[in-house]
Design a protein. Sequence first.
Length: 145
Amino acid sequence: MQNENDYRRRDSGDVSTRLTYLLIGGGIGAILALLFAPKSGQELRGDIADATRKGIDRTREGARQVGARAGEYYEVGRERASELYSSAAGKAGELADAAREVARSKSGQLTAAIEAGKQAYSEEKRKTETSVIGSAPNYSNEPES
């Protein structure tokens, strides 16, 4: 079975090689037929010029089509990029607004916390001063009443 598969593989390679040589030979034969055809040099040059012009025309048409497609692809890409940019800019604006709002709310809480801390400090200071004044040592020789 293995030998049969190897033979088929080699045989298909031979066929493709033979076909390639046949096509190359046909092309060379066609060129030689044109060169040695019983036409005058002027007719042959005219035929070659016509074939060249047709090839150039086909090439130009193909280039025009490729250019048109490239222009269409460019426009589609540009529009898509513009849409993506607008979308990203909108999202960035929304995020910035949300961040500002959070900062405002947090700054209000921070301010309230600072004020509460100041008030608590003032109350403690006043209590401490009052207790210190009331229990101040008496350095005079008079007894306390």
